[in-house]
Design a protein around this ligand. Structure first.
Ligand code: CA
Length: 176
């Protein structure tokens, strides 16, 4: 079929798709040295593994930042799996997620792993470098809070993975 015979909207969509580099991109950070070599820019500890072998990193401050590079500003879904540092008498842990200077929301982190999902509007994204900030209700050192513990890091939450998924222009499901 020749492009001239296509409906104008479809022809535009095809020409945009043909540009390749303009397609919104998916990001998956597994919090390991292979997939997350430079993104953990502030407030993070080093790479660790759970007993089950999952790679993760502790946020070890009240605020932790991730630097993400992006192409054109686009609506994107942001998802991550995390669990709070808990101790007896701890207040509820919560995380406020901020992209650049736009607050995306505040989410509870109950005991155990939780997958948090939030939309992030195109207006919050910039072409190039973007700063994603996690602000926690608390970060506490196990040695100050748990009898016998000797870990002096102030732990907020452990992060297993984070992904950013483009939202198709047709409003369908995000592409993996
Ligand atoms: Ca992981």
């Amino acid at each position: 079929m020749r492009a001239g015979r296509l409906a104008p909207g479809l022809a535009l969509a095809l020409s945009l798709a043909a540009c390749g580099g303009n397609a919104p991109e998916a990001v998956f950070l597994n919090f390991d040295p292979q997939t997350t070599p430079r993104e953990l820019t502030r407030g993070w500890s080093s790479f660790e593994r759970t007993g089950a072998g999952d790679t993760y990193v502790w946020a070890q401050a009240r605020a932790a930042t991730i630097t993400l590079r992006a192409g054109r500003p686009d609506d994107r879904i942001l998802r991550f799996r995390a669990w709070p540092f808990r101790y007896e008498g701890a207040p509820p842990q919560r995380v406020t997620v901020v992209l650049n200077d736009v607050t995306l929301g505040t989410f509870p982190l109950p005991d155990g792993p939780t997958v948090v999902e939030t939309p992030s509007p195109a207006a919050a994204w910039k072409r190039g470098k973007n700063v994603l900030t996690f602000d926690f209700a608390y970060a506490e050192a196990p040695k100050d809070r748990i009898a016998g513990a000797d870990d002096g890091r102030t732990l907020a939450a452990g992060f297993d993975w984070l992904e950013v998924l483009p939202v198709p222009a047709d409003g369908g499901e995000p592409r993996p």
